[in-house]
Design a protein around this ligand. Structure first.
Ligand code: HEC
Ligand code: HEC
Ligand code: HEC
Ligand code: HEC
Ligand code: HEC
Ligand code: HEC
Ligand code: HEC
Length: 278
Protein backbone atom coordinates (compact mmCIF):
# COMPACT_ATOMS: atom_id res chain seq x y z
CA UNK A 1 0.00 0.00 0.00
CA UNK A 2 1.27 3.47 -0.71
CA UNK A 3 0.24 6.99 0.03
CA UNK A 4 -0.91 9.16 -2.78
CA UNK A 5 -1.83 12.75 -2.52
CA UNK A 6 -5.48 13.39 -3.11
CA UNK A 7 -6.82 16.86 -3.13
CA UNK A 8 -10.33 17.81 -2.30
CA UNK A 9 -10.05 21.42 -3.22
CA UNK A 10 -12.86 23.13 -1.39
CA UNK A 11 -12.58 26.38 -3.27
CA UNK A 12 -13.05 24.60 -6.58
CA UNK A 13 -15.70 22.39 -4.91
CA UNK A 14 -14.59 19.33 -6.78
CA UNK A 15 -12.20 16.52 -6.11
CA UNK A 16 -8.86 16.64 -7.80
CA UNK A 17 -6.20 13.99 -7.77
CA UNK A 18 -2.79 15.44 -7.37
CA UNK A 19 -1.51 13.11 -10.03
CA UNK A 20 0.80 10.46 -8.66
CA UNK A 21 2.74 10.52 -11.90
CA UNK A 22 3.32 14.23 -11.51
CA UNK A 23 4.39 13.71 -7.95
CA UNK A 24 6.99 11.19 -8.95
CA UNK A 25 8.20 13.41 -11.75
CA UNK A 26 8.87 16.05 -9.17
CA UNK A 27 10.98 13.54 -7.35
CA UNK A 28 8.80 12.59 -4.45
CA UNK A 29 9.09 9.12 -3.13
CA UNK A 30 6.18 7.19 -1.84
CA UNK A 31 5.63 6.85 1.86
CA UNK A 32 5.59 3.31 3.13
CA UNK A 33 2.30 2.85 4.89
CA UNK A 34 2.94 -0.63 6.10
CA UNK A 35 6.31 -2.34 6.09
CA UNK A 36 4.65 -5.61 5.13
CA UNK A 37 2.90 -4.31 2.05
CA UNK A 38 5.41 -2.14 0.26
CA UNK A 39 4.57 -2.26 -3.41
CA UNK A 40 6.40 0.21 -5.55
CA UNK A 41 9.06 0.05 -8.18
CA UNK A 42 10.33 3.48 -7.27
CA UNK A 43 12.95 4.43 -4.80
CA UNK A 44 11.46 4.42 -1.36
CA UNK A 45 12.90 6.40 1.48
CA UNK A 46 12.07 4.73 4.77
CA UNK A 47 10.17 6.83 7.27
CA UNK A 48 12.25 8.02 10.21
CA UNK A 49 11.74 5.50 13.00
CA UNK A 50 8.26 4.12 13.42
CA UNK A 51 6.48 3.16 16.57
CA UNK A 52 6.56 -0.66 16.54
CA UNK A 53 3.29 -2.35 15.72
CA UNK A 54 1.34 0.86 15.19
CA UNK A 55 -1.16 1.18 12.35
CA UNK A 56 -2.83 4.14 10.68
CA UNK A 57 -6.04 5.39 12.26
CA UNK A 58 -6.80 8.54 10.25
CA UNK A 59 -6.76 12.20 11.21
CA UNK A 60 -10.33 12.10 12.56
CA UNK A 61 -9.06 10.18 15.57
CA UNK A 62 -6.64 12.94 16.48
CA UNK A 63 -9.38 15.53 16.72
CA UNK A 64 -10.68 14.02 19.96
CA UNK A 65 -7.67 15.40 21.82
CA UNK A 66 -5.87 17.79 19.45
CA UNK A 67 -8.98 19.74 18.57
CA UNK A 68 -7.38 23.10 17.81
CA UNK A 69 -4.53 21.62 15.74
CA UNK A 70 -7.03 19.68 13.65
CA UNK A 71 -9.16 22.79 13.06
CA UNK A 72 -6.13 24.81 12.01
CA UNK A 73 -5.10 21.95 9.74
CA UNK A 74 -8.30 22.11 7.67
CA UNK A 75 -7.50 23.08 4.10
CA UNK A 76 -3.76 22.59 4.53
CA UNK A 77 -2.13 20.88 1.58
CA UNK A 78 -1.01 17.97 3.74
CA UNK A 79 -4.51 17.38 5.09
CA UNK A 80 -5.42 16.02 1.67
CA UNK A 81 -3.04 13.08 1.79
CA UNK A 82 -4.82 9.75 1.91
CA UNK A 83 -3.67 6.16 1.82
CA UNK A 84 -4.45 4.21 -1.31
CA UNK A 85 -6.55 1.08 -1.05
CA UNK A 86 -9.97 -0.18 -0.13
CA UNK A 87 -9.70 1.04 3.43
CA UNK A 88 -8.24 4.35 2.35
CA UNK A 89 -7.97 6.69 5.27
CA UNK A 90 -7.08 10.30 5.49
CA UNK A 91 -3.59 10.10 6.89
CA UNK A 92 -2.93 13.85 6.99
CA UNK A 93 -1.50 14.00 10.50
CA UNK A 94 0.07 10.59 10.26
CA UNK A 95 1.88 11.44 7.01
CA UNK A 96 4.42 13.17 9.20
CA UNK A 97 3.79 11.63 12.61
CA UNK A 98 3.63 8.02 11.47
CA UNK A 99 0.92 5.52 12.36
CA UNK A 100 -0.91 6.61 15.49
CA UNK A 101 -2.82 3.58 16.81
CA UNK A 102 -0.47 2.95 19.76
CA UNK A 103 -0.64 6.61 20.72
CA UNK A 104 -4.42 6.62 20.61
CA UNK A 105 -4.66 3.32 22.56
CA UNK A 106 -2.40 4.78 25.23
CA UNK A 107 -4.70 7.79 25.51
CA UNK A 108 -2.01 10.08 24.11
CA UNK A 109 1.20 11.09 25.78
CA UNK A 110 4.82 11.37 24.77
CA UNK A 111 6.94 8.64 23.22
CA UNK A 112 4.09 6.71 21.58
CA UNK A 113 4.14 8.66 18.32
CA UNK A 114 6.86 10.33 16.26
CA UNK A 115 7.57 13.97 17.01
CA UNK A 116 9.90 15.12 14.22
CA UNK A 117 10.92 18.23 16.21
CA UNK A 118 13.63 19.87 14.08
CA UNK A 119 14.49 16.86 11.91
CA UNK A 120 13.94 17.55 8.21
CA UNK A 121 14.06 13.81 7.46
CA UNK A 122 10.31 13.46 7.79
CA UNK A 123 9.86 16.06 5.05
CA UNK A 124 12.51 14.57 2.79
CA UNK A 125 10.47 11.36 2.53
CA UNK A 126 8.29 13.20 0.04
CA UNK A 127 10.25 16.37 -0.76
CA UNK A 128 13.40 14.63 -1.89
CA UNK A 129 14.58 17.54 -4.00
CA UNK A 130 14.88 19.66 -0.88
CA UNK A 131 17.43 17.29 0.64
CA UNK A 132 19.67 17.94 -2.35
CA UNK A 133 19.17 21.68 -2.13
CA UNK A 134 19.98 21.90 1.55
CA UNK A 135 23.24 20.10 0.83
CA UNK A 136 24.36 22.82 -1.58
CA UNK A 137 27.23 25.04 -0.51
CA UNK A 138 24.97 28.01 0.26
CA UNK A 139 21.83 27.17 2.16
CA UNK A 140 20.16 27.75 5.50
CA UNK A 141 21.67 25.56 8.25
CA UNK A 142 18.83 23.02 8.31
CA UNK A 143 20.98 19.91 7.87
CA UNK A 144 22.99 20.82 10.94
CA UNK A 145 19.79 21.19 12.97
CA UNK A 146 20.35 24.89 13.69
CA UNK A 147 17.22 25.72 11.74
CA UNK A 148 14.27 23.68 10.62
CA UNK A 149 11.72 23.66 7.85
CA UNK A 150 9.16 24.78 10.39
CA UNK A 151 11.03 28.05 10.97
CA UNK A 152 9.59 29.10 7.63
CA UNK A 153 6.71 26.69 7.07
CA UNK A 154 3.90 26.30 9.54
CA UNK A 155 2.85 22.80 8.62
CA UNK A 156 -0.09 22.66 11.01
CA UNK A 157 -1.92 25.60 9.55
CA UNK A 158 -4.08 25.72 6.48
CA UNK A 159 -4.42 28.53 3.99
CA UNK A 160 -5.85 30.85 6.61
CA UNK A 161 -2.67 30.89 8.61
CA UNK A 162 -1.73 34.53 9.21
CA UNK A 163 1.63 34.53 7.49
CA UNK A 164 3.49 31.33 7.95
CA UNK A 165 0.97 28.87 6.56
CA UNK A 166 2.60 26.05 4.71
CA UNK A 167 0.66 27.56 1.84
CA UNK A 168 2.75 30.67 1.79
CA UNK A 169 4.49 29.36 -1.27
CA UNK A 170 1.41 30.56 -3.12
CA UNK A 171 0.97 33.99 -1.60
CA UNK A 172 2.31 37.36 -2.64
CA UNK A 173 5.95 38.14 -2.16
CA UNK A 174 5.56 40.62 0.65
CA UNK A 175 4.26 37.88 2.95
CA UNK A 176 7.33 35.82 2.25
CA UNK A 177 9.35 38.88 3.19
CA UNK A 178 7.62 38.90 6.56
CA UNK A 179 8.95 35.44 7.29
CA UNK A 180 12.47 36.44 6.34
CA UNK A 181 12.10 39.56 8.48
CA UNK A 182 11.90 37.40 11.62
CA UNK A 183 15.64 36.87 11.32
CA UNK A 184 16.90 39.35 8.71
CA UNK A 185 15.82 42.74 9.99
CA UNK A 186 18.67 44.55 8.27
CA UNK A 187 17.37 43.74 4.79
CA UNK A 188 13.70 44.17 5.60
CA UNK A 189 13.82 47.47 7.52
CA UNK A 190 12.53 50.59 5.76
CA UNK A 191 15.10 52.63 3.86
CA UNK A 192 15.14 56.28 2.83
CA UNK A 193 15.58 55.06 -0.76
CA UNK A 194 13.70 51.84 -1.31
CA UNK A 195 14.54 49.40 -4.05
CA UNK A 196 11.22 48.50 -5.70
CA UNK A 197 12.62 45.03 -6.47
CA UNK A 198 11.96 44.16 -2.81
CA UNK A 199 8.24 44.22 -3.54
CA UNK A 200 8.72 41.18 -5.72
CA UNK A 201 9.86 39.40 -2.62
CA UNK A 202 13.15 38.10 -1.34
CA UNK A 203 12.73 34.95 -3.38
CA UNK A 204 13.01 36.82 -6.66
CA UNK A 205 16.75 36.94 -6.00
CA UNK A 206 17.33 34.31 -3.28
CA UNK A 207 16.33 30.69 -3.00
CA UNK A 208 16.03 30.04 0.73
CA UNK A 209 16.41 26.28 0.19
CA UNK A 210 19.91 26.84 -1.14
CA UNK A 211 21.83 27.45 -4.35
CA UNK A 212 25.38 27.00 -5.60
CA UNK A 213 25.91 30.77 -5.48
CA UNK A 214 27.14 32.88 -2.57
CA UNK A 215 24.32 34.39 -0.47
CA UNK A 216 21.90 31.85 -1.92
CA UNK A 217 21.50 34.01 -4.99
CA UNK A 218 19.57 32.45 -7.84
CA UNK A 219 21.92 34.06 -10.37
CA UNK A 220 25.51 34.92 -9.54
CA UNK A 221 26.21 37.76 -11.99
CA UNK A 222 24.65 40.96 -13.34
CA UNK A 223 21.91 38.96 -15.08
CA UNK A 224 20.24 38.91 -11.67
CA UNK A 225 19.67 42.64 -12.13
CA UNK A 226 19.29 42.90 -15.90
CA UNK A 227 16.18 40.71 -15.67
CA UNK A 228 14.49 43.99 -14.75
CA UNK A 229 17.03 46.61 -15.80
CA UNK A 230 17.54 46.17 -19.52
CA UNK A 231 20.84 47.30 -21.00
CA UNK A 232 20.68 49.45 -24.13
CA UNK A 233 23.32 50.92 -26.39
CA UNK A 234 23.26 54.69 -26.76
CA UNK A 235 24.22 56.50 -29.98
CA UNK A 236 27.89 56.72 -29.00
CA UNK A 237 28.11 52.99 -28.28
CA UNK A 238 27.93 53.43 -24.52
CA UNK A 239 25.77 51.14 -22.41
CA UNK A 240 22.70 52.65 -20.78
CA UNK A 241 21.18 51.01 -17.74
CA UNK A 242 18.24 53.01 -16.49
CA UNK A 243 19.10 56.61 -17.25
CA UNK A 244 22.76 56.20 -16.47
CA UNK A 245 25.59 55.59 -18.90
CA UNK A 246 27.84 52.77 -17.71
CA UNK A 247 31.43 52.56 -18.96
CA UNK A 248 33.10 49.32 -19.99
CA UNK A 249 35.46 49.55 -17.02
CA UNK A 250 32.46 49.84 -14.69
CA UNK A 251 30.73 46.90 -16.30
CA UNK A 252 33.77 44.65 -16.16
CA UNK A 253 34.58 45.47 -12.52
CA UNK A 254 32.31 42.72 -11.20
CA UNK A 255 28.64 42.18 -10.45
CA UNK A 256 26.50 45.30 -9.96
CA UNK A 257 26.62 44.89 -6.18
CA UNK A 258 30.12 43.51 -5.70
CA UNK A 259 31.97 46.03 -7.89
CA UNK A 260 31.64 48.67 -5.20
CA UNK A 261 28.66 50.45 -6.79
CA UNK A 262 25.13 49.27 -5.89
CA UNK A 263 26.19 47.70 -2.64
CA UNK A 264 22.96 48.68 -0.87
CA UNK A 265 20.89 46.41 -3.07
CA UNK A 266 18.11 46.00 -0.46
CA UNK A 267 17.66 49.75 -0.11
CA UNK A 268 19.86 52.71 0.70
CA UNK A 269 19.80 55.42 3.33
CA UNK A 270 22.28 57.46 1.30
CA UNK A 271 21.03 57.86 -2.25
CA UNK A 272 18.68 56.80 -4.97
CA UNK A 273 21.35 54.82 -6.79
CA UNK A 274 21.57 52.30 -3.96
CA UNK A 275 25.04 53.13 -2.79
CA UNK A 276 26.22 52.43 0.74
CA UNK A 277 27.52 55.09 3.13
CA UNK A 278 31.23 55.63 2.58
C1 HEC B 1 3.81 18.15 7.12
C2 HEC B 1 4.16 17.40 8.31
C3 HEC B 1 3.21 17.44 9.49
C4 HEC B 1 1.87 17.21 9.47
C5 HEC B 1 1.00 16.87 8.28
C6 HEC B 1 1.41 17.30 10.85
N1 HEC B 1 2.46 17.59 11.68
FE1 HEC B 1 2.41 17.76 13.69
N2 HEC B 1 4.42 18.22 13.73
C7 HEC B 1 5.23 18.29 12.61
C8 HEC B 1 6.54 18.75 13.01
C9 HEC B 1 7.72 18.98 12.08
C10 HEC B 1 6.49 18.94 14.40
C11 HEC B 1 7.63 19.44 15.31
C12 HEC B 1 7.87 20.90 15.14
C13 HEC B 1 6.71 21.74 15.55
O1 HEC B 1 6.30 21.64 16.72
O2 HEC B 1 6.17 22.47 14.73
C14 HEC B 1 5.15 18.59 14.84
C15 HEC B 1 4.68 18.64 16.15
C16 HEC B 1 3.41 18.22 16.57
C17 HEC B 1 2.97 18.11 17.95
C18 HEC B 1 3.83 18.37 19.18
C19 HEC B 1 4.16 19.78 19.36
C20 HEC B 1 2.98 20.64 19.69
O3 HEC B 1 2.79 21.65 19.01
O4 HEC B 1 2.19 20.30 20.60
C21 HEC B 1 1.66 17.70 17.93
C22 HEC B 1 0.77 17.43 19.12
C23 HEC B 1 1.29 17.53 16.54
N3 HEC B 1 2.38 17.87 15.74
C24 HEC B 1 0.04 17.11 16.11
C25 HEC B 1 -0.36 17.06 14.79
C26 HEC B 1 -1.72 16.79 14.36
C27 HEC B 1 -2.89 16.51 15.29
C28 HEC B 1 -1.73 16.83 13.00
C29 HEC B 1 -2.93 16.73 12.07
C30 HEC B 1 -4.01 17.64 12.36
C31 HEC B 1 -0.35 17.10 12.57
N4 HEC B 1 0.43 17.25 13.69
C32 HEC B 1 0.08 17.17 11.25
C33 HEC B 1 4.88 17.96 11.32
C34 HEC B 1 3.59 17.68 10.88
C1 HEC C 1 -6.76 10.32 23.74
C2 HEC C 1 -6.19 11.63 23.42
C3 HEC C 1 -5.24 11.73 22.25
C4 HEC C 1 -5.45 11.29 20.96
C5 HEC C 1 -6.66 10.56 20.38
C6 HEC C 1 -4.29 11.70 20.21
N1 HEC C 1 -3.39 12.35 21.03
FE1 HEC C 1 -1.57 13.06 20.52
N2 HEC C 1 -1.18 13.55 22.46
C7 HEC C 1 -2.10 13.46 23.49
C8 HEC C 1 -1.47 13.92 24.71
C9 HEC C 1 -2.14 13.99 26.09
C10 HEC C 1 -0.14 14.26 24.37
C11 HEC C 1 0.95 14.78 25.29
C12 HEC C 1 0.95 16.26 25.31
C13 HEC C 1 2.05 16.77 26.18
O1 HEC C 1 2.54 16.06 27.04
O2 HEC C 1 2.43 17.92 25.97
C14 HEC C 1 0.00 14.02 22.94
C15 HEC C 1 1.17 14.24 22.24
C16 HEC C 1 1.27 14.13 20.86
C17 HEC C 1 2.46 14.40 20.11
C18 HEC C 1 3.83 14.79 20.68
C19 HEC C 1 4.52 13.51 21.09
C20 HEC C 1 5.89 13.72 21.68
O3 HEC C 1 6.54 12.70 21.99
O4 HEC C 1 6.35 14.88 21.82
C21 HEC C 1 2.17 14.21 18.80
C22 HEC C 1 3.10 14.38 17.62
C23 HEC C 1 0.77 13.80 18.74
N3 HEC C 1 0.28 13.76 19.99
C24 HEC C 1 0.09 13.52 17.57
C25 HEC C 1 -1.15 12.89 17.52
C26 HEC C 1 -1.76 12.40 16.30
C27 HEC C 1 -1.15 12.53 14.91
C28 HEC C 1 -2.94 11.82 16.65
C29 HEC C 1 -3.93 11.13 15.74
C30 HEC C 1 -3.40 9.95 15.03
C31 HEC C 1 -3.07 11.95 18.10
N4 HEC C 1 -1.96 12.61 18.58
C32 HEC C 1 -4.13 11.48 18.84
C33 HEC C 1 -3.39 12.99 23.39
C34 HEC C 1 -3.95 12.39 22.27
C1 HEC D 1 14.49 30.14 5.26
C2 HEC D 1 13.12 29.79 5.03
C3 HEC D 1 12.79 28.41 4.51
C4 HEC D 1 13.20 27.20 5.01
C5 HEC D 1 14.16 26.93 6.17
C6 HEC D 1 12.53 26.19 4.23
N1 HEC D 1 11.74 26.78 3.28
FE1 HEC D 1 10.54 25.85 1.92
N2 HEC D 1 10.01 27.63 1.11
C7 HEC D 1 10.43 28.85 1.57
C8 HEC D 1 9.89 29.89 0.70
C9 HEC D 1 10.11 31.39 0.85
C10 HEC D 1 9.12 29.24 -0.29
C11 HEC D 1 8.38 29.90 -1.44
C12 HEC D 1 9.31 29.92 -2.61
C13 HEC D 1 8.89 30.90 -3.67
O1 HEC D 1 7.88 31.57 -3.52
O2 HEC D 1 9.64 31.00 -4.63
C14 HEC D 1 9.19 27.81 0.01
C15 HEC D 1 8.56 26.84 -0.74
C16 HEC D 1 8.57 25.48 -0.41
C17 HEC D 1 7.85 24.44 -1.14
C18 HEC D 1 6.92 24.65 -2.32
C19 HEC D 1 7.63 25.07 -3.56
C20 HEC D 1 8.80 24.20 -3.88
O3 HEC D 1 9.92 24.72 -3.91
O4 HEC D 1 8.67 22.98 -4.05
C21 HEC D 1 8.16 23.24 -0.54
C22 HEC D 1 7.66 21.86 -0.93
C23 HEC D 1 9.08 23.53 0.57
N3 HEC D 1 9.31 24.89 0.60
C24 HEC D 1 9.61 22.57 1.41
C25 HEC D 1 10.56 22.82 2.40
C26 HEC D 1 11.19 21.79 3.21
C27 HEC D 1 10.90 20.32 3.11
C28 HEC D 1 12.06 22.41 4.05
C29 HEC D 1 13.02 21.80 5.05
C30 HEC D 1 13.85 20.71 4.58
C31 HEC D 1 11.96 23.85 3.77
N4 HEC D 1 11.06 24.05 2.75
C32 HEC D 1 12.67 24.84 4.45
C33 HEC D 1 11.23 29.10 2.65
C34 HEC D 1 11.86 28.14 3.42
C1 HEC E 1 3.67 11.99 2.78
C2 HEC E 1 4.32 12.94 1.91
C3 HEC E 1 4.68 14.32 2.47
C4 HEC E 1 5.38 14.62 3.64
C5 HEC E 1 5.91 13.64 4.68
C6 HEC E 1 5.55 16.06 3.64
N1 HEC E 1 4.96 16.60 2.53
FE1 HEC E 1 4.90 18.59 2.04
N2 HEC E 1 3.73 18.15 0.43
C7 HEC E 1 3.36 16.88 0.01
C8 HEC E 1 2.47 16.99 -1.13
C9 HEC E 1 1.87 15.82 -1.91
C10 HEC E 1 2.31 18.37 -1.39
C11 HEC E 1 1.42 19.01 -2.44
C12 HEC E 1 2.14 19.51 -3.60
C13 HEC E 1 1.23 20.31 -4.46
O1 HEC E 1 0.20 20.82 -4.00
O2 HEC E 1 1.56 20.43 -5.62
C14 HEC E 1 3.13 19.07 -0.40
C15 HEC E 1 3.28 20.46 -0.35
C16 HEC E 1 4.14 21.13 0.52
C17 HEC E 1 4.41 22.56 0.49
C18 HEC E 1 3.83 23.56 -0.49
C19 HEC E 1 2.52 24.05 0.00
C20 HEC E 1 1.80 24.88 -1.01
O3 HEC E 1 0.96 25.64 -0.59
O4 HEC E 1 2.05 24.77 -2.22
C21 HEC E 1 5.29 22.82 1.49
C22 HEC E 1 5.87 24.17 1.87
C23 HEC E 1 5.58 21.55 2.16
N3 HEC E 1 4.86 20.57 1.54
C24 HEC E 1 6.43 21.42 3.25
C25 HEC E 1 6.61 20.24 3.96
C26 HEC E 1 7.38 20.14 5.20
C27 HEC E 1 8.10 21.29 5.85
C28 HEC E 1 7.32 18.83 5.59
C29 HEC E 1 7.92 18.21 6.83
C30 HEC E 1 7.61 18.81 8.13
C31 HEC E 1 6.51 18.11 4.60
N4 HEC E 1 6.11 19.00 3.64
C32 HEC E 1 6.22 16.75 4.65
C33 HEC E 1 3.75 15.69 0.59
C34 HEC E 1 4.42 15.57 1.80
C1 HEC F 1 14.71 31.45 11.73
C2 HEC F 1 15.66 32.43 11.23
C3 HEC F 1 15.76 32.67 9.74
C4 HEC F 1 14.75 32.89 8.84
C5 HEC F 1 13.24 32.88 9.09
C6 HEC F 1 15.38 33.17 7.58
N1 HEC F 1 16.73 33.11 7.71
FE1 HEC F 1 18.12 33.51 6.27
N2 HEC F 1 19.62 32.99 7.53
C7 HEC F 1 19.45 32.55 8.84
C8 HEC F 1 20.69 31.99 9.31
C9 HEC F 1 20.93 31.39 10.70
C10 HEC F 1 21.61 32.11 8.24
C11 HEC F 1 23.01 31.54 8.16
C12 HEC F 1 24.08 32.36 8.59
C13 HEC F 1 25.33 31.56 8.36
O1 HEC F 1 25.28 30.42 7.88
O2 HEC F 1 26.37 32.11 8.64
C14 HEC F 1 20.92 32.77 7.16
C15 HEC F 1 21.50 33.13 5.96
C16 HEC F 1 20.84 33.75 4.91
C17 HEC F 1 21.46 34.25 3.69
C18 HEC F 1 22.90 34.12 3.30
C19 HEC F 1 23.83 34.95 4.04
C20 HEC F 1 25.25 34.62 3.68
O3 HEC F 1 26.09 35.27 4.24
O4 HEC F 1 25.50 33.73 2.86
C21 HEC F 1 20.46 34.75 2.90
C22 HEC F 1 20.60 35.39 1.54
C23 HEC F 1 19.24 34.55 3.62
N3 HEC F 1 19.49 33.96 4.83
C24 HEC F 1 17.99 34.88 3.12
C25 HEC F 1 16.79 34.54 3.73
C26 HEC F 1 15.50 34.67 3.11
C27 HEC F 1 15.27 35.17 1.71
C28 HEC F 1 14.57 34.27 4.04
C29 HEC F 1 13.05 34.20 3.88
C30 HEC F 1 12.57 33.32 2.82
C31 HEC F 1 15.29 33.88 5.24
N4 HEC F 1 16.63 34.05 5.01
C32 HEC F 1 14.69 33.45 6.41
C33 HEC F 1 18.28 32.61 9.55
C34 HEC F 1 17.02 32.80 9.01
C1 HEC G 1 17.08 42.45 -6.28
C2 HEC G 1 17.64 41.24 -5.73
C3 HEC G 1 17.51 41.00 -4.26
C4 HEC G 1 16.36 40.97 -3.51
C5 HEC G 1 14.94 41.22 -3.95
C6 HEC G 1 16.77 40.61 -2.16
N1 HEC G 1 18.12 40.43 -2.11
FE1 HEC G 1 19.21 39.86 -0.51
N2 HEC G 1 20.93 40.04 -1.60
C7 HEC G 1 20.99 40.39 -2.92
C8 HEC G 1 22.37 40.45 -3.33
C9 HEC G 1 22.87 40.79 -4.72
C10 HEC G 1 23.14 40.13 -2.19
C11 HEC G 1 24.66 40.07 -2.09
C12 HEC G 1 25.18 41.34 -1.55
C13 HEC G 1 26.66 41.30 -1.33
O1 HEC G 1 27.28 40.25 -1.50
O2 HEC G 1 27.19 42.36 -0.99
C14 HEC G 1 22.20 39.87 -1.12
C15 HEC G 1 22.57 39.52 0.17
C16 HEC G 1 21.68 39.17 1.18
C17 HEC G 1 22.05 38.72 2.50
C18 HEC G 1 23.46 38.55 3.02
C19 HEC G 1 23.89 39.86 3.60
C20 HEC G 1 25.32 39.88 4.01
O3 HEC G 1 25.70 40.91 4.59
O4 HEC G 1 26.06 38.93 3.76
C21 HEC G 1 20.90 38.50 3.20
C22 HEC G 1 20.77 38.00 4.61
C23 HEC G 1 19.81 38.84 2.31
N3 HEC G 1 20.32 39.24 1.10
C24 HEC G 1 18.47 38.76 2.66
C25 HEC G 1 17.43 39.22 1.86
C26 HEC G 1 16.07 39.31 2.30
C27 HEC G 1 15.59 38.91 3.68
C28 HEC G 1 15.35 39.82 1.27
C29 HEC G 1 13.88 40.16 1.23
C30 HEC G 1 13.43 41.08 2.24
C31 HEC G 1 16.27 40.01 0.16
N4 HEC G 1 17.53 39.66 0.57
C32 HEC G 1 15.91 40.48 -1.10
C33 HEC G 1 19.93 40.61 -3.76
C34 HEC G 1 18.61 40.67 -3.38
C1 HEC H 1 12.22 42.57 -9.95
C2 HEC H 1 12.79 43.65 -10.73
C3 HEC H 1 14.11 44.22 -10.29
C4 HEC H 1 15.29 43.55 -10.06
C5 HEC H 1 15.56 42.05 -10.16
C6 HEC H 1 16.27 44.53 -9.75
N1 HEC H 1 15.71 45.77 -9.77
FE1 HEC H 1 16.65 47.53 -9.40
N2 HEC H 1 14.91 48.55 -9.61
C7 HEC H 1 13.71 47.99 -10.00
C8 HEC H 1 12.73 49.05 -10.16
C9 HEC H 1 11.28 48.85 -10.59
C10 HEC H 1 13.38 50.26 -9.86
C11 HEC H 1 12.80 51.69 -9.90
C12 HEC H 1 12.63 52.15 -11.33
C13 HEC H 1 13.95 52.40 -11.94
O1 HEC H 1 14.64 53.31 -11.49
O2 HEC H 1 14.29 51.69 -12.92
C14 HEC H 1 14.75 49.91 -9.53
C15 HEC H 1 15.72 50.84 -9.21
C16 HEC H 1 17.07 50.55 -9.09
C17 HEC H 1 18.11 51.54 -8.90
C18 HEC H 1 17.93 53.03 -8.78
C19 HEC H 1 17.79 53.64 -10.13
C20 HEC H 1 19.01 54.36 -10.60
O3 HEC H 1 18.95 54.92 -11.74
O4 HEC H 1 20.06 54.43 -9.93
C21 HEC H 1 19.30 50.86 -8.85
C22 HEC H 1 20.69 51.43 -8.67
C23 HEC H 1 18.99 49.43 -8.99
N3 HEC H 1 17.62 49.28 -9.14
C24 HEC H 1 19.94 48.43 -8.97
C25 HEC H 1 19.65 47.09 -9.04
C26 HEC H 1 20.62 46.05 -8.90
C27 HEC H 1 22.10 46.26 -8.62
C28 HEC H 1 19.98 44.86 -9.04
C29 HEC H 1 20.54 43.48 -8.98
C30 HEC H 1 21.13 43.09 -7.69
C31 HEC H 1 18.57 45.18 -9.28
N4 HEC H 1 18.41 46.53 -9.29
C32 HEC H 1 17.59 44.22 -9.50
C33 HEC H 1 13.46 46.66 -10.21
C34 HEC H 1 14.39 45.62 -10.09
Amino acid sequence: MKIIPVATLKKASKSIWLALGGALLLGWSVLIVSCATTTTDRQVVPPPGAVAGATYVGSDQCAACHDQKCKDFEGAVHSRLVAQGDNAKSVGCEACHGPGSKHVEAGGGKGTIINPKTSPEVCFQCHMDKRGQFRLAHSHPVMSGHMSCTDCHDVHNGPNAPVTGVQFANVAGNKVNAICAKCHSEQTQPHAFEHPAMREGCTFCHDPHGTVNAKMLKVRNQILCTQCHAQRQDLTGGVMIGNTRHTQSQLSAGACWSAGCHTAVHGSNVNYHLHSPL
